[in-house]
Design a protein around this ligand. Structure first.
Ligand code: OGA
Ligand code: NI
Length: 337
């Protein structure tokens, strides 16, 4: 569990000073346009922080998580190994190339969300959990520590995700067991992104606008090149990342399960004219037993706003269909459609 001992390792007070400095000393940062900052350590003790998390999920769909309890060395090692991998010669990376109809491997974008045709960057996608379903032929042996590093990283992130899902279930007023059971031993996939510097960056997108299809995404900004933007009230808002924080967003599945109370928000990345950028998005899906639909406790008042699918494979099927007809996955899940 993400508990106190793990949080201690992070030296949280330093992070909090950074946040305050960011908010109060930087005239360029309009606080009202910044996604909420949630302090995981405070959740152990403070009700206020629970309220903040609820609003973040309802009104922003995005937040930055500080004091998340993942040891700094686990994160730093992941950053190093990932950059080493992307630096390898193309032939070597191509040994892990994605197959024409596959999802995993090195190459170009995959099926988890639609409209990615114009993405400009390399990505490397791996199914990371459950560990028994890993397809090791895609897991690089160079750098030699890569496999062990990703193993540790994926387990740590699963813990954070599980903890957040539990807090969200409490906030939704749902029996926390229903939601947490569905994410227990859930599937996790890691998408490692490498966006080159691009002088004409304004015409090309790192990742074109999309919502994430999963339940919950944890994003690690590997080097501090800012590029992520989210759509809010019809406008694109750049995110100013806080060093050490994970950027978390609600995916389509949690929007559906919360019966629309929590929002899966559109986002994109732009390219930087001078600097290449690396990031790792870790996607968390429910387990194979879970039905994908609004939680029973949440449909009593207004009725269900979304369909219920009998399992995650049906959901991926619909995702494929959405990709082909260009409509969003959520469009297909909404009952009036
Ligand atoms: C994604 C994503 C954002 C980023 O991989 O789905 O939104 O900053 N990534 O790389
Ligand atoms: Ni995304």
């Amino acid at each position: 569990m993400v508990g106190e001992e793990m949080s201690k390792e992070l030296g949280g007070s330093l992070l909090v000073e950074n946040v305050q400095a960011l908010a109060s000393n930087n005239p360029l940062v309009d606080e009202s346009l910044q996604i909420p900052i949630i302090d995981m350590r405070k959740h152990m003790v403070e009700d206020d922080e629970m309220g903040k998390l609820h609003l973040a999920c309802k009104e922003w769909g995005f937040f930055q998580l500080i004091n998340h309890g993942v040891a700094e060395e686990v994160i730093e090692k992941m950053k190093v190994d990932l950059q080493e991998f992307f630096k390898l010669p193309l032939e070597e990376k191509n040994a892990y190339a994605r197959l024409p109809n596959g999802i995993e491997g090195y190459g170009q974008p995959y099926i988890f969300s639609q409209g990615r045709k114009l993405d400009w960057g390399d990505m490397f996608m791996l199914g990371s959990l459950p560990a028994s379903q890993r397809n090791m032929k895609f897991w690089p042996e160079n750098p030699s520590s890569f496999r062990a590093t990703l193993d540790k990283y994926s387990l740590e992130l699963q813990k954070v995700s599980t903890c957040l899902v539990k807090l969200m279930a409490k906030n939704l007023g749902n029996n926390p067991k229903h939601l947490t059971d569905m994410f227990e031993n859930g599937r996790q996939a890691v998408r490692m992104n490498n966006y080159p510097a691009c002088v004409n960056g304004s015409n090309v997108m790192g990742i074109t606008p999309h919502t994430d299809a999963d339940g919950l995404t944890l994003l690690l900004q590997v080097n501090e090149v800012q590029a992520l933007q989210i759509k809010r009230n019809g406008k694109w808002i750049p995110i100013t990342h806080i060093p050490g924080a994970f950027i978390i967003n609600i995916g389509d599945i949690i929007e559906v399960m919360s019966n629309g109370e929590y929002k899966s928000v559109e986002h994109k990345t732009v390219l930087n004219p001078e600097h290449e950028r690396f990031s790792i998005a870790t996607f968390h899906f429910p387990n194979v037993q879970a039905m994908i639909g609004p939680l029973q406790d949440l449909v009593k008042e207004n009725g269900a706003l979304y369909k219920t699918l009998s399992n995650i494979d049906e959901f991926f099927g619909l995702s494929q269909k959405a990709k082909l007809d260009g409509k969003s996955l959520l469009y297909h899940m909404k009952l009036e459609n």
